[in-house]
Design a protein around this ligand. Sequence first.
Ligand code: DX5
Ligand code: ZN
Length: 219
Amino acid sequence: MTLNRTKRLIAPSILSADFNRLGHEIQDVEKAGCDWIHIDVMDGHFVPNLTLGPPIIRSIRKETKLPFDVHLMIAEPLRYLSDFSEAGSDIITVHLEACHNLKETLSEIKKLKRLCGLSLKPGTSAQKLEPYLKLVDLVLVMTVEPGFGGQSFMPKMLEKVKWLSSRFDGLISVDGGIDLETGRKAAESGANVFVAGSSIFRQSNRKEFIAQFRKAVSI
Ligand code: DX5
Ligand code: ZN
């Protein structure tokens, strides 16, 4: 998979999908015009919630050709990277706060030939990313506390997006509380990937919403 930094990418987070019909939900947002599928993996330890792992990713891999943007909110992800890669992840993002040996973790993602993402919680300063910026393809700025969908966007996180946009060549993703309004603000600050769970999945007409969203972030 190669990077296109000029296109703004919309990545629905399946955390807010109806898990009883997950395959159908994924096909629905694909038909509605999204770019990536964002998959939140939580371990009940790094974050206070549990979600899914490689077997479910493997089984939904058959539903779409869209890239899988896998956001690992798990402690010491190094142990599981090959499992997530084999299951069909295209982008693997780990948390700066979750890794004992972050450089080794990032280089393992590269060895697996996946795009490499690094995320940080709201309380972690952007400056902490500095030693790793040359090693990653994407930085995912958490704009809520990781763990749950449906929370309110934290406007202060836009400062991190601005900080990154002046010194990082890769993709800048925002995740948490993203809707038309906050997505536009994030785009103005330099974000180019927009992860949105509840704002997309609660729509009855997702095609129309994604078209509006694309307009809002195409500044
Ligand atoms: C939260 C996850 C998000 C979540 C976003 O920890 O990383 O991807 O699904 O959900 P919304 O868009 O509802 O805030
Ligand atoms: Zn996420």
